[in-house]
Design a protein around this ligand. Structure first.
Ligand code: FAD
Length: 298
């Protein structure tokens, strides 16, 4: 009889050992996904509740990386100075999630582990080239977020492993934007989301990352659209050309939230909105700002 069984380990080693000993157990973090699924009787206890694991809390900068504990909540991500400085695109994604209550409880690790194609952290973390620290009974390993999800709800995480932290490389000069479309502004899962990061020098794109959420079984990175931006100013024509490429690359489906043609068209529209924001000068009075005021969509 395990209907109410909740384990509360104090260390990562204890948590992994419990998971190994309990093949049906689920990890419980903020519970904003797990509790809904328990209520709908899609999953059952035992649960391994991880809120007491100190290593999964907190944010620090270490050796050129930003380390986000897996239990960092969306609210913490939204408010922290370190994320504002090094993970702008993730902060924008955090602002879009659910509602204040969901952002106060829901965690970054839980969103990643969920592996939903519509999960808002994943497009943002992939354009940041983020990596996951996974720890099991035998070892600790690092996996790129881009390699973590294999299919909706499926990941490379072993049953005894926890996501301990999310590591974001600290890179100067990059700016990012996250734009999503839902049924309404709050409490709606993304129909389409776009994350972009660009590095510019004198207004010219040196490098970029573009990802699409909710339009394929896993988040899509679109290197062909990144190639369109490389060596260019963010002019209306260049943004339009990149938008056409992402529309062609998307592999959306029709489901209860939206339909295939609309989702495909919105990939281009959201990319143009994100790029238009990045084309704006961060500080128009600063002559060293690399943005070119002529770069805006007209
Ligand atoms: C009303 C509502 C609105 C929502 N809106 C959005 C939204 O706008 N955007 C969005 O992306 N999501 C949304 N969600 C989904 C959810 O809130 C997020 O995915 C949240 O970040 C999940 O975090 P959690 O800590 O609550 O995860 P939990 O529910 O505790 O866990 C989720 C899954 O991850 C596993 N897990 C959790 N932490 C770890 C870990 N450290 N290591 C290994 N496995 C782990 C759990 O076993 C479970 O399978 C919404 C949910 C609700 C109920």
């Amino acid at each position: 009889m395990n209907t109410c069984r909740i384990e509360t380990p104090r260390t990562c080693a204890e948590a992994s050992a419990l998971l190994q000993a309990l093949p049906d157990a689920r990890v419980l973090a903020g519970g904003t996904d797990v509790v809904v699924r328990l209520k709908d009787q899609l999953i059952w206890p035992p649960l391994v509740e991880i809120s007491r694991l100190a290593e999964l809390h907190g944010m620090t900068e270490v050796d050129g990386w930003l380390r986000l504990g897996a239990l960092s909540t969306w609210t913490e991500i939204e408010r922290a100075a370190l994320t504002a400085r090094h993970a702008d695109v993730l902060v924008e994604a955090a602002r879009e999630v659910g509602s204040p209550q969901i952002r106060n409880r829901g965690t970054l690790g839980g969103n990643v582990a969920n592996a939903s194609p519509a999960g808002d952290s994943l497009p943002a973390l992939i354009v940041l080239d983020a990596e996951l620290e996974l720890r099991g009974t035998q070892s600790t390993r690092r996996v790129a977020v881009a390699q973590f999800c294999c299919a909706p709800g499926k990941t490379v995480l072993a049953h005894d492993e926890l996501i301990v932290a999310i590591w974001v490389p600290v890179r100067a000069g990059w700016r990012g934007a996250f734009v999503r479309l839902g049924q309404r502004a709050a409490l709606a899962i993304s129909k389409v989301s776009v994350a972009v990061r660009v590095l510019r020098a004198d207004g010219i794109v040196q490098d970029s990352r573009i990802t699409l959420g909710a339009v394929a079984p896993t988040v899509l990175r679109v290197p062909e659209a990144e190639a369109v931006l490389r060596g260019q100013r963010l002019s209306a024509a260049v943004m339009q050309a990149a938008a056409e490429v992402v529309c062609a690359a998307a592999r959306p489906i029709t489901d209860i939230r939206s339909n295939e043609p609309y989702r495909r068209a919105m990939c281009g529209e959201l990319l143009q909105r994100a790029l238009a924001r990045l084309a704006e000068p961060t500080n128009p009075s600063d002559p060293s700002d690399p943005s070119d005021p002529s770069d805006k969509i007209t």
